[in-house]
Design a protein around this ligand. Sequence first.
Ligand code: PEP
Ligand code: MN
Length: 373
Amino acid sequence: MDSEIELQPLALTGGKQDQQPVIIAGPCSAETEEQVMNTAHALKERGVAIYRAGIWKPRTRPGAFQGVGTRGLPWLQKARQETGMKMAIEVATPGHVEEALAHHIDVVWIGARTTANPFAVEEIARALRGSDIPVLVKNPISPDLSLWMGAVERFHKHGIKRIGAVHRGFSCYSKSQYRNPPQWSIPMQLKEQMPGLPVLHDPSHTAGQRHLVHKTAKKALGMNMDGLMVEVHINPEEALSDSRQQLTPDMFANLMKKLGIRTSPGQTAHPGELQELRKRIDELDDALLNIMSQRMQISQEIGHVKQKHRMGVFQKDRWQKIISQRIARGRQKGMSRRFIESVFENIHQESLFNQESDGSKKQGTPKNQNNQP
Ligand code: PEP
Ligand code: MN
């Protein structure tokens, strides 16, 4: 059953290169814009870098909440924009893939019911061709290693190189404290058969009840799993799906602490807010450069006038007036004397230098040595 597939690193925050497990957290389902945004901000504050939210929900029976569908995708775009977190959703049809890509979703996962169906997997894999989005493949609902590996191979065959697997436990007919009891030997064999494949654990769907989430998450990390996908809701009691297993953001933070996982708010590479501010700085710097260049041109014209009237390039009174006025004005605007002094000294030096070299070019004489302020 050995499988030689060549994979690239998932390149998600966390993972082997960071010596920290990959952490994905967020609600079972996106329900409202407010719930998506509030949960996202709460998780961002707790150092999460990858946010999950189900948009289309595979429900066992009709009549249950089926997910908000496409109208939830702009909420995730907004969450990404405001928090800088990567957005992960489940896709189960080629149509979902198309919507996910159109809305710049960063990571997709394949649900347990879908992995169990090779036709569906093949269609999704075909729809993903040409995109380099990471794909996480949950185990099929039955404990069938080949079916799980087969799904990974189908994505690989269609050119997807960033693949991970997620162990979320298996359906079971005997009585168990877990909703989907884990069978650790299966993900362990998967790791053996596909050595480059990161295997994460989903303690929420395994446990089915929040008080068991820590136990199975701890076991997973003890078994050297590469990360966790945890369901977290701003108000789990009110959740429209999987209400019993979702954690509050504080419970999540406590879970991370108990597991010894460092999630610091600094983990997010470039929060949207920072990007926005950097864009404004870039624009202002551009405006500053334009203004400085205009100033230099005028100073050159001044140089010509000074030359015409045989005036020295350095005019002490004028310079003293400039520097004292600029310092006063700068201080009114909250800047320090030291800063304003150094900026204007530099500008003035450059102006003098340009006036001198312009003059020396025109007159063919050596530079005047006596005109430094
Ligand atoms: C989910 O992650 O929301 C989900 C439905 O999981 P699974 O496919 O593991 O049941
Ligand atoms: Mn769920």
